[in-house]
Design a protein around this ligand. Structure first.
Ligand code: PEP
Length: 251
């Protein structure tokens, strides 16, 4: 996987409180690798994005969004505009996190609309594809992860596909402390890459970064990152403490 720049993303979800946010970014901002070696992102609540961007100025920490709406602007009370995200300087956003799919009924069509909204606003989507405990199949007989990948890329050009990252995040491994073994994670990530190859081409599949997420810790990250189809990780629980996240980044 070494032609692709490794990517390590924190997903704070709805955990950190306002007094923790600035000390966190100040702790990590000058201690991360060069972006040519590893890109490091913090995805945070929209409440914190502007102050985080301000404090990240001059460092290589990428500040990302956890979610956004699929309309640019309009009468959508309580939603987050992707256009506004772009205008404050956000360049990456998660789309279709398992918790969004599970608790907020985001189906693959909605996730695809979010992908298009992000791309038209020059924000790079990080699409999460989940997997339930049993490797269930859809009515079409297609593996559930594969069907989510196909849906995420619907009507996306190959040029735009290159701007995306796809994360394999088995739902049973998220926030549970149960990590997929490095082999299981590799199997899911390889399946995603094969699917991208089938949709576009082997060249596109060789360029798009595929991530693993689900109970990644400083202890297991090395084995995961050593796998050929795992280009990076998304980290929830182990990203909440800046020192633990730094340990994970410098595995
Ligand atoms: C996530 O939310 O993307 C995630 C992987 O969470 P955790 O690391 O807590 O399993």
């Amino acid at each position: 996987a070494q032609k692709r720049v490794p990517f390590i993303g924190a997903n704070w979800k709805m955990y950190l409180m306002p007094d923790q946010v600035i000390p966190y970014i100040e702790t990590i901002k000058n201690q991360i690798p060069k972006p040519s070696e590893t890109q490091v992102m913090i995805a945070a609540s929209p409440l914190y994005l502007w102050p985080l961007l301000k404090h990240a100025v001059g460092s290589d920490v990428i500040i990302g969004a956890e979610n956004c709406d699929y309309h640019d602007t309009g009468a959508y009370t309580g939603e987050v505009s992707p256009k506004a995200l772009a205008e404050i300087g956000i360049q990456y956003s998660i789309a279709g996190h398992s918790e969004r799919r599970h608790y907020f009924d985001e189906d693959p069509t909605i996730v695809n609309k979010k992908v298009h909204a992000l791309l038209r606003n020059q924000i790079n989507p990080i699409v999460c594809c989940d997997e339930t405990l049993v490797r269930t199949e859809t009515n079409d007989g297609v593996h559930w992860v594969v069907s989510q990948v196909i849906a995420a890329f619907k009507n996306v050009s190959s040029t735009d596909a290159l701007k995306m990252m796809i994360a394999y995040e088995p739902r049973w491994a998220i926030g549970t402390g149960i990590t997929a073994s490095a082999d299981e994670a590799e199997e899911g990530c390889a399946l995603i890459r094969q699917t991208i190859s089938r949709i576009y081409s082997p060249e596109v599949a060789e360029t798009v970064r595929v991530l693993y997420g689900g109970s990644v810790t400083p202890k297991n990250v090395k084995a995961l990152m050593a796998k050929p189809d795992i280009d990076g990780v998304l980290v929830g629980s182990a990203s909440l403490d800046p020192d633990e996240f730094l340990n994970l980044i410098h595995y």
